[in-house]
Design a protein around this ligand. Structure first.
Ligand code: NDP
Length: 284
C-alpha cells in the first residue's frame, strides 16, 4: 500500500476489533448486547445496500440488529409511531433512519422524533447542539470517522489550516466543528464561495464533501496537504470516484483517503461505536 494512503479499511478493522472485544466483555458481564434498529422507507437502491452492510457489520462485532423495511407509501404518522416504539424498546440502543426519505415525509420531523439518547447518527438537534457547544454527544459518524483516521496516522490538527468543502448538516458542518475542537483554523466553503481555489490552496487539511466527481484538482491543493475525500460519485462508466481527482492529487499531497476504502468504512464503524456507547450509558 502506498505510504501516502490513509487506509480507512485498516483503521476500521482495528476499531471494529476493539468494539467486538468490548461487546464480548459486556455480554459476559450483563448477558445483554447493544442493539441497533435500522428503518428504511421505500426502495432506494443504494439505501438497501447501506442497510445490508450495516446489518453485516453489526453481526461481525456481536451487536444485535433489526431492520424495519417500510413501503414507499408509508405515512408520516406510521413512521412516527414505529420510532416511538423503538424509542421505548429496551433492547434497542441505537435508531438509524436511512436517508433519503420519500418526499411526502418531513425528514426534519422524523429525525427530531428519535430519542436523542438513541440517536447514534448524531443528527438530532440536541446532539448537533452539544457538538456545537463542545459537550459530549453522539457525533455524526462520517466526521467522527475522519477525526479517528487523522488520529490513527498521527496527523496533526492543532494549528493547521483546515478547509472543509461542503456545509451539510451530516458532513460539512459537524466536520468543521470537530476540526475546530481540535484547534484547527477552519474555513467552510460552499457553492457560493468566491475564489474557492485560492482558499483551498491555503489548506493544510482538505475535507471534500460536495458530491462532485473529481472536483478538487491538483492545482487547487497545497504541496504536502492532507486530503480527506468524503464524496461518493458514480461515473457513467460505473466507476466509483470521490470529490478529489485522486490520480493527480496523490503526487502533490502528503496523505490522502482513497474512494472507495477511505472514509466509507469508517462511517459504518463509528455507527457501531456510537451504538456501543449508547448501550454502555444504558447499563451504567
Ligand atoms: P449535500 O448535497 O447535502 O451537500 C453538498 C454541499 O456541497 C453543499 O453545502 C453545497 O453547497 C456544496 N457544494 C456543492 N457543489 C459545490 C461546488 N461546486 N463548490 C463548492 N461547494 C459545493 O451532500 P452531503 O454532505 O450529504 O454529501 C457530500 C458527499 O459526501 C456526497 O458525495 C455523498 O455521497 C458523500 N457522503 C459520503 C459518506 C461516506 O460515508 N463516505 C457519508 C455521507 C455523504 P451549498 O450549501 O451552497 O448548496
Amino acid at each position: 500500500m502506498d505510504k501516502k494512503i490513509i487506509d480507512g479499511k485498516l483503521v476500521s478493522e482495528k476499531i471494529r476489533g476493539q468494539i467486538k472485544d468490548h461487546v464480548d466483555e459486556l455480554k459476559n458481564q450483563t448477558s445483554a448486547v447493544p442493539g441497533l434498529a435500522a428503518v428504511l422507507v421505500g426502495e432506494d437502491g443504494p439505501s438497501q445496500i447501506y442497510v445490508r452492510n450495516k446489518r453485516k457489520a453489526c453481526e461481525n462485532v456481536g451487536i444485535y440488529s433489526e431492520e424495519h423495511k417500510l413501503p414507499e407509501n408509508t405515512t408520516e404518522n406510521h413512521l412516527l409511531s414505529l420510532i416511538n416504539k423503538l424509542n421505548n424498546q429496551e433492547n434497542i440502543n441505537g435508531i438509524l433512519i436511512q436517508l433519503p426519505l420519500p418526499d411526502h415525509i418531513d425528514e426534519t420531523k422524523i429525525l427530531n422524533s428519535v430519542n436523542p439518547d438513541k440517536d447514534v447518527d448524531g443528527f438530532h438537534p440536541v446532539n448537533a447542539g452539544n457538538l456545537f457547544e463542545g459537550k459530549p454527544s453522539f457525533i455524526a459518524c462520517t466526521p467522527h470517522g475522519i477525526i479517528k483516521m487523522l488520529e490513527h496516522y498521527d496527523l496533526e490538527i492543532e494549528g493547521k489550516n483546515a478547509v472543509v468543502l461542503g456545509r451539510s448538516n451530516i458532513v460539512g458542518k459537524p466536520a468543521s466543528m470537530l476540526l475546530l475542537q481540535k484547534n484547527a483554523t477552519v474555513t467552510i466553503c460552499h457553492s457560493r464561495t468566491k475564489n474557492l481555489e485560492s482558499v483551498l490552496k491555503e489548506a493544510d487539511i482538505v475535507v471534500a464533501a460536495i458530491g462532485r466527481a473529481n472536483f478538487v484538482k491538483s492545482s487547487m491543493v497545497k504541496e504536502g496537504a492532507v486530503v480527506i475525500d468524503v464524496g461518493i460519485n458514480r461515473l457513467d462508466s460505473g466507476k466509483l470516484v470521490g470529490d478529489v481527482d485522486y490520480e493527480n492529487v496523490i503526487s502533490k499531497c502528503s496523505m490522502i483517503t482513497p474512494v472507495p476504502g477511505g472514509v466509507g468504512p469508517m462511517t459504518i464503524t463509528m455507527l457501531l461505536w456510537n451504538t456501543l456507547e449508547s448501550f454502555k450509558k444504558s447499563i451504567a
